[in-house]
Design a binder for this molecule. Structure first.
Ligand code: NAD
Length: 398
C-alpha cells in the first residue's frame, strides 16, 4: 500500500473579493535578469495556430512576443492578488502601462460569480473586441480568465502566462477554459485557444513545494502515456528536478508541452486521441469529488488515479509488473500524498459513474500498456475497480 501521510485539509486563499480594475504603472526593479534559450512549440488546432514559448527570463520579452503573436495594443491583465504581489512587477515592467483586474484565487473562486465580476471590470475599462486578455496565474486563474475571454463580446483574444507547473505543462495548452458549478467541477466552459502561451520556469521558484509536486505528477503522466524517456528523466533525476534548476525545468516542461501540443493538435475537442490525457483521471476525479475539491491538489488525485489504472493494467497483463513498480516507486519517492484511508469505495464508485468518462453507458478508462503507450478500455468491471481502489489505500468494504 502506498505510504501516505495525512495533510491538513488544503486551505484555499482568502475569499476576499479583489475584483476591481486598476491602472497600474511601471514599478520596482525587474527580478528576471537572465535571458536563456527559448523553445517554441507549435500548437495547430483547427480553430487557432499558436506558439508555446518556454524559457528562463522570457517575460522580459513580453511585448515582442505579444506583437509577434498578433496581439492587439490594448491589453487587460487578469491575475490574483497573491500571484500579482509576487510576480506582478516583472510583468508590469515588461508590459508598461496596462489595465489590471485582480480576481480571487483558488478552486472556490472558480465560478460564475467571478466571471460576472470580470465582465463588469472589462465593461468599466471599456474593453472591446480588439482587447487581448493576458491571464497570469495557475490553472484556476487561466481557466477562469480564459472563459471570460471566450465569452466576453462572443470571444476576445487570450494570452496565457502560466505561473504554476501544472498550468505551464497542462492547463494553459489546448483551449479548455471554464468554471465549476456547485453540482460539479468544470461543468461550464468552452474551447477557446490562446494566441500564445508564455511559460517561464523562473516563476516556479516561488511555488510552494506541494504545488510544484502537484504539477510534477502531470509530467509523470505524460511520461507514462507518451514518452518513456521523459519518465526516465524524472525517475533518474528527481533530486535535480526538485532543485528547480531552470534549465532542468525548461527541458521537462518543453517535452511535456510538446506531448500536449501534439495531442490537442490532432484532436482539439477530445473526440479521440485527446482522451489519453485522462490517464489517472477516472479515479483521480472521483477522489477530488468525494473530498469536495478541498483536500487534494488535482495532480495528487491524478497520482492516485494513475496507480489505480496501472494496477488494473497489470492485473490484465497489459502492463508489466516492473513498469507498475517503477511508477509506484516514482510516485512514492516524490513525497507524501494526502491520505485516502477515510474514503469510501462506494462513494468513489458513485462519483466515477457520474463522471464525464461514461460514454453510451460504458465507463472508459485509459490504461498503460508500456511506459510511453496507452490503450482505452470500455469493459471495466466493478470488481477490478474496487480492487484497484483498495490497493491505493482506501479501506475495503466501506
Ligand atoms: P491553482 O491555480 O489553484 O494555483 C495553486 C496555488 O498556487 C494558488 O494558491 C496560487 O495563488 C499559487 N500560485 C500560483 N503561481 C504561483 C507562483 N508562481 N508562486 C507562488 N504561488 C503561486 O492550481 P493549479 O494546480 O495551477 O491549477 C488547478 C486548476 O487547473 C484546476 O481548477 C483544474 O481543473 C485546472 N486544470 C485545467 C486544465 C485545462 O485543460 N484547462 C487542465 C488541468 C487542470
Amino acid at each position: 500500500m502506498l505510504q501516505s501521510r495525512r495533510f491538513a485539509t488544503a486551505k484555499f486563499p482568502s475569499e476576499t473579493f479583489y475584483c476591481y480594475p486598476t491602472r497600474q504603472f511601471p514599478s520596482k526593479r525587474p527580478r528576471l535578469s537572465k535571458m536563456a534559450q527559448v523553445t517554441k512549440i507549435n500548437v495547430k488546432t483547427t480553430s487557432q495556430k499558436y506558439l508555446i514559448h518556454i524559457g528562463e527570463g522570457l517575460v522580459k520579452n513580453l511585448n515582442q512576443i505579444l506583437n509577434e503573436s498578433g496581439s492587439s495594443e490594448r491589453h487587460v491583465v487578469i491575475s490574483s492578488q497573491p500571484i500579482w504581489s509576487i510576480h506582478g512587477s516583472e510583468i508590469q515592467t515588461a508590459l508598461g502601462k496596462t489595465d489590471l483586474v485582480l480576481i480571487p484565487d483558488g478552486e472556490t473562486a472558480k465560478n460564475l460569480n467571478t466571471i460576472a465580476t470580470i465582465y463588469e471590470s472589462l465593461i468599466k475599462l471599456g474593453a472591446d473586441r480588439s482587447t487581448t486578455i493576458i491571464a497570469v496565474g495557475g490553472g484556476v486563474l487561466g481557466d477562469v480568465a480564459g472563459f471570460a475571454a471566450a465569452s466576453f463580446l462572443r470571444g476576445i483574444r487570450l494570452v496565457h502566462i502560466p505561473t504554476t507547473l501544472l498550468a505551464q505543462v497542462d492547463s494553459s495548452i489546448g483551449g479548455k477554459v471554464g468554471v465549476n458549478h456547485q453540482l460539479g467541477k468544470n461543468l461550464i466552459g468552452a474551447f477557446h485557444q490562446p494566441i500564445a502561451v508564455i511559460a517561464d520556469p523562473l516563476f516556479l521558484q516561488t511555488l510552494p513545494r506541494r504545488e510544484f509536486r502537484a504539477g510534477l505528477y502531470e509530467i509523470v503522466k505524460y511520461g507514462v502515456i507518451a514518452s518513456q524517456s521523459l519518465f526516465t528523466q524524472i525517475h533518474d533525476g528527481l533530486d535535480q528536478v526538485f532543485d528547480r534548476k531552470p534549465e532542468v525545468l525548461s527541458k521537462i516542461i518543453a517535452e511535456s508541452c510538446q506531448i500536449k501540443a501534439d495531442v490537442v493538435s490532432k484532436d482539439e475537442r477530445e473526440s479521440g486521441i485527446r482522451r489519453i490525457l485522462n490517464f489517472g483521471h477516472t479515479v483521480g476525479h472521483a477522489i477530488e469529488a468525494v473530498t469536495e475539491y478541498r483536500r487534494f491538489r488535482h495532480g495528487e488525485a491524478v497520482a492516485y488515479g494513475m496507480l489505480a489504472a496501472s494496477y488494473i493494467a497489470m492485473k490484465r497483463d497489459l502492463f508489466s509488473s516492473e513498469n507498475h513498480a517503477a511508477l509506484f516507486s516514482l510516485i512514492s519517492q516524490m513525497g507524501p500524498l494526502p491520505s485516502v484511508s477515510d474514503l469510501s469505495i462506494s462513494a468513489l464508485l458513485k462519483a466515477i459513474h457520474r463522471d464525464k468518462k461514461i460514454i453510451k453507458g460504458k465507463l472508459h478508462m485509459v490504461l498503460p500498456i508500456r511506459l510511453g503507450e496507452t490503450t482505452i478500455v470500455n469493459d471495466l468491471n466493478e470488481t477490478e475497480l474496487r480492487e484497484a481502489i483498495v490497493t491505493i489505500g482506501v479501506p475495503k468494504g466501506r
